[in-house]
Ligand binder design. Structure first.
Ligand code: DGT
Ligand code: CA
Ligand code: CA
Length: 363
């Protein structure tokens, strides 16, 4: 059966949320910043509105770079992230989308897949109307703009939602898939990064059409069977992943930027204990026991490291968590040469705490 899948992604999400609560921002360059707790302009840009993007500001760059790039714009605004507020907006947005889907899959804070096959009776004209209605409804109810991709599968819809941003609607009919994909740059395929693209460019291949000249064996040899086959299918628009209701989060984690880079056991342990407490509070609130415990960190040269262990039995107590984290830290520091800049704690492999489930479950 032919499917009809939407991918919806909100435009410049955090920055747009800021514009919603402060409409005067709309004419200005707006940058939403993750200030690290080192003070000053230390930290990175989470996102920026399209006015700021014209000056080369984008997610991930240092705040100081963004300020340089916007030097001539005296009206530029730099705001700290307000995750709580964005989560509220996410929730409202997801409510609206859910109502309009046969199957709804939450992907991340500002995006989702909707399977609407049944409600539009496999008809792409109806699908296009429904997508427009959803955009209107989101615009009216929460004043946000989003971009929607419509196609027979998740992969093409994901590419299509990004095709005309912001406020885009791109419908790829089943018989126009090839026409849509062929001229696109190799990088537009989700999962193909800069490195892979460069390798193809060296082979003189720039577009998806160029890539089709490679047979599956060559691709498998070059990238391994899994990635090779994925690429082979993706460039032909083949993707059978179902839209599925997302299960609860499979891990909880907290990370912090240290006051100073360090590999001092006592100093790191003190920070880790606080992180343990924060992670523990979340698991407790959600009634979860955990079996897997890990630490991870960003070193001063910005490379990452992690170490975790699996317990024999799941636990849910702060002392147990801290004790395990302490041992992991000791293990890691044994041959740690570089100082550590950011430090995190994560727990996973959950099970429900018995006897504390909502009492209504028993009726
Ligand atoms: P778009 O979709 O291109 O119009 O712009 P955004 O900002 O919606 O970009 P998207 O969809 O990739 O990310 C959604 C939100 O996630 C974004 O508003 C802020 C956050 N985010 C994205 N990239 C980063 C990042 O590198 N660092 C941090 N801290 N947050 C990020
Ligand atoms: Ca977005
Ligand atoms: Ca997104």
């Amino acid at each position: 059966m032919g499917r009809v899948i939407f991918h919806i992604d909100f435009d410049y999400f955090y920055a747009q949320c800021e514009e919603v609560r402060t409409p005067e921002l709309k004419t200005k360059p707006v940058c939403v910043c993750v200030f690290s707790d080192r003070g000053g302009d230390s930290g990175a840009i989470a996102t920026a509105n399209y006015t700021a993007r014209k000056y080369g500001v984008k997610s991930g760059i240092p705040i100081s770079f963004a300020k340089k790039r916007l030097e001539e714009r005296k009206d530029a605004v730099f705001l700290p992230v307000d995750f709580e507020y964005y989560s509220e907006m996410t929730e409202k947005a997801m409510e609206i989308m859910k109502k309009n889907a046969d199957i709804f899959e939450y992907v991340g804070r500002d995006e989702a897949y909707l399977d609407v096959t049944k409600r539009v009776e496999e008809n792409f004209t109806k699908a296009s109307h429904l997508a427009q209605q959803i955009k209107n409804s989101i615009r009216t109810k929460i004043k946000l703009s989003c971009s929607i991709g419509v196609s027979p599968n998740k992969l093409i819809s994901k590419i299509a939602s990004d095709y005309q941003k912001p406020d885009g609607l791109t419908v790829v009919d089943p018989d126009k898939i090839e026409q849509f994909l062929d001229p696109l740059k190799i990088r537009t395929i989700p999962g193909i990064g800069k490195k892979t693209e460069e390798r193809f460019n060296e082979m003189n291949m720039k577009t998806i059409e160029d890539l089709k000249k490679l047979d599956v064996f060559t691709l498998n040899k070059e990238f391994g069977r899994k990635s090779g086959t994925y690429i082979y299918n993706a460039i032909r628009g083949i993707n059978n992943d179902p839209v599925k209701v997302k299960e609860e989060s499979t891990q909880y984690s907290k990370i912090t930027t240290l006051k100073k880079d360090s590999k001092d056991y006592e100093f790191l342990l003190e920070n880790l204990k606080e992180l343990c407490k924060q992670v523990y509070d979340v698991t407790k609130k959600n009634n979860k026991m955990f079996k897997s415990i890990g630490i991870y960190f960003v070193q001063s040269d910005l490379t990452n490291k992690s170490k975790s262990r699996m317990l024999k039995n799941p636990i849910n107590n702060l002392e147990g968590l801290q004790k395990n984290i302490q041992q992991l830290l000791a293990d890691v520091l044994e041959n740690q040469t570089i100082t550590i800049r950011r430090l995190g704690v994560k727990v996973a492999d959950f099970s429900e705490i018995e006897g504390q489930r909502d009492i209504t479950n028993y009726f």
